[in-house]
Design a protein around this ligand. Structure first.
Ligand code: SF4
Ligand code: SF4
Length: 164
């Protein structure tokens, strides 16, 4: 397996002056990870940390989507790691790279597109408004879609949306 030194540097730079180097593969993160447990280790944080540390970029990004996207960011691994490694920071880097590669799960792009077009994760729906009225709650203020769309375009988010 080939080491991608640029990717390895990205990982080391991102993580608190390279604390990830002190991972000694004790497997505690995986032992306590609820997703590893229910997927029978198809999602494996220890393996991700090892591959990231060694710069095995291809192994990470050519694996099944669950290998990166299984993480729910519950932060349990961060809490139990004896080396105080912030694993989820590394996993965020992997997810961001997966999005840039165009390999993230479809639901991720769909959700981003919904926010881009509506300035809300859940678009306004008459049923929700009716329920709010019944409960005596005020109507939800409409977001400024133009403002958010302009902001996201300035950040280049529109170019990362699929089908755009
Ligand atoms: S718990 Fe920490 S030291 Fe142990 S394998 Fe996971 S990242 Fe490495
Ligand atoms: S943050 Fe992700 S990797 Fe860590 S324990 Fe939770 S689901 Fe597992």
């Amino acid at each position: 397996m080939a080491t991608d030194f640029e990717f390895r540097k990205q990982v080391l730079d991102m993580h608190m002056s390279g604390v990830i180097k002190y991972c000694y593969q004790c497997n505690r993160c995986t032992d306590y990870c609820p997703v590893a447990e229910v997927t029978d280790n198809a999602y494996n944080p220890r393996q991700n940390i090892l591959n990231a540390l060694l710069g095995f970029k291809d192994a990470i990004f050519s694996a099944e989507k669950i290998a990166i996207w299984g993480c729910t960011v519950c932060d349990t691994c961060d809490e139990v790691c004896p080396q105080s490694i912030e694993l989820t920071e590394i996993f965020k880097l992997l997810k961001n790279q997966s999005v840039i590669n165009g390999d993230a799960p479809d639901y991720y792009y769909l959700q981003a597109k919904t926010i881009f077009e509506n300035a809300k994760a859940v678009p306004p729906q008459p049923a929700i408004e009716r329920r709010r009225q019944q409960l005596g709650l005020p109507a939800v203020a409409a977001p400024d879609v133009n403002e958010l769309t302009t902001l996201l375009k300035n950040m280049g988010i529109d170019k990362k949306l699929k089908g755009e």
